[in-house]
Design a binder for this molecule. Structure first.
Ligand SMILES: [Zn+2]
Length: 92
């Protein structure tokens, strides 16, 4: 993705990580209303039909989404929002 020079938010298509790349992913821990989501950087092991396997500190995690380290992670996008200066099919 690219950063907008006007608002400094992100726009465009995410980069597609390949197996063996370092990727950002989120880990959900806890349950009920004590859930918290944290962001990790690990190595992409496997791309599956329903998500990704990422190894982080010798533990393999399942991730529904991964992002290239040069791209904003989902938390950044969730809190910061996407650029709305540019018209385009950003959301399907
Ligand atoms: Zn913008």
């Amino acid at each position: 993705m690219e950063r907008c020079e006007t608002c400094r938010k992100w726009y465009g298509e995410p980069r597609q990580p390949k197996v063996g790349d370092m990727v950002n992913f989120t880990v959900q821990s806890g349950s009920g209303n004590r859930q918290r989501i944290s962001s990790r950087t690990g190595k992409l092991m496997l791309i599956k039909d329903d998500g990704y396997s990422v190894i982080y500190r010798k533990t393999v995690y399942h991730a529904d989404h991964v992002s290239h380290p040069a791209d904003p992670n989902p938390l950044t996008l969730a809190f910061g929002g996407m650029c709305e200066c540019i018209e385009g099919p950003i959301h399907e």
